[in-house]
Design a protein around this ligand. Structure first.
Ligand SMILES: [Fe+2]
Length: 347
């Protein structure tokens, strides 16, 4: 059966389907279900097709990827899942839509702490949860997450929703490092330092610094790259120019990072090709293309991020296993509610 025809038949109106053009030769196909925008991953897939002759079919979804694979069941055409954030990777594993991979090349390329001990998911790039600081109003050039709870920052900090997976990941890392009681005290302190109720996305926090509403914000590192280079909305360049990037805890455990990653789908009909793609994505050429494309950091040790990303400064990533962060996510989410984080500053 022609898988791409079957795939097209199965598509809902909401989904976008793209097939790469002009494969070198027809050595089969691989079907990718992706939460990542097609234009971000296309250069990677083109390089893969050029090298292997394997055609890539991408089904882009902005939600419901796991539910879709579950609904398709044993006949799911999904081979490889591409997504961002440890929460989504563990969601896929927990829902039973992935299968374990034990592959020497992949395990050699991707450090232990960036992959599932059972091989159900693998990190491909990392993103730091950094501090955006006002160039004008913040003199210091280093900071710790712990310090964000110091009353000296009262009324000075902006963040997005405490329940957003980016914040939950960071808060989960605080629980892993300090225990629940200490993390609760810290989160209460951070809440009290907020300038306003959590709102908007990470870029909106840079905008708020630009507008003088706050001096510090939590944000993912790649948004700085996306703002600096934003030709469609050039006002974002101004937001970015108002901030400097501080990499928290560089002097001790390192900056909290999350991952974008991949998984092998449970019923992958093109398993061999899927594994070839997964190997390719973990190796040097793809690591460089991918990281440049998304302004993130390659997981492959020694692979370099883009010049734009390098211009923010050097990251020293916290090596706490992502699986441990995943294990503390639920507690972190409960803590956000318990301290009333999203109600904003209280005393
Ligand atoms: Fe994001």
């Amino acid at each position: 059966m022609n898988i791409s025809k079957a795939l097209i038949g199965a598509l809902s109106a909401a989904a976008t389907f793209l097939a790469s053009t002009a494969p070198v030769r027809a050595d089969g196909e691989v079907n990718i279900y992706s939460y990542r925008q097609p234009d971000l991953i296309q250069p990677l897939l083109d390089a893969f097709t050029k090298k292997t002759g394997i055609t890539t079919n991408v089904l882009f979804l902005d939600k419901g990827l796991v539910e879709r694979i579950q609904a398709e069941g044993a006949n799911s055409p999904a081979d490889v899942i591409l997504t961002v954030d440890i929460s989504r990777l563990t969601e896929a594993k927990d829902a039973g839509v992935t299968q374990p991979v034990a592959n020497e090349t992949i395990n050699k390329d991707i450090p232990d702490h960036f992959r599932d001990p059972d091989g159900n998911w693998f990190g491909l790039t990392t993103r730091g949860r950094v501090v955006y600081a006002s160039k004008e109003r913040v003199a210091q050039d280093d900071i710790t997450y712990e310090e964000l709870a110091d009353p000296k920052w009262k009324g000075k900090i902006c963040t997005r929703d405490g329940q957003h997976s980016y914040n939950v990941g960071l808060f989960a890392s605080m629980i892993a490092h300090h225990g629940e009681a200490e993390a609760e005290k810290w989160l209460t302190g951070l809440r009290n330092n907020l300038a306003k109720k959590p709102d908007g996305g990470d870029r909106d926090q840079a905008k708020a610094i630009f507008a003088g509403e706050c001096d510090l914000a939590l944000g993912n590192s790649y948004y700085v790259g996306l703002m600096i280079t934003n030709e469609k909305e050039p006002e974002q360049k101004e937001w970015a120019s108002a901030i400097k990037v501080l990499f928290p805890n560089t002097k001790d455990r390192g900056t909290h990072v999350n991952i974008s990653g991949m998984a092998l789908a449970k019923n992958a009909p093109n398993k061999e090709n899927a594994l070839k793609l997964m190997e390719f994505l973990s190796e040097g050429e793809a690591q460089k293309i991918y990281a440049e494309q998304v302004f993130e950091y390659p997981v492959l040790p020694g692979a370099e991020p883009s010049e734009v990303v390098k211009s923010f400064g050097e990251i020293k990533p916290d090596t706490l296993p992502l699986a441990e962060i995943a294990a503390n996510r639920k507690k972190a989410s409960e803590l956000v509610d318990k301290v009333g984080y999203n109600d904003g500053p209280q005393d």
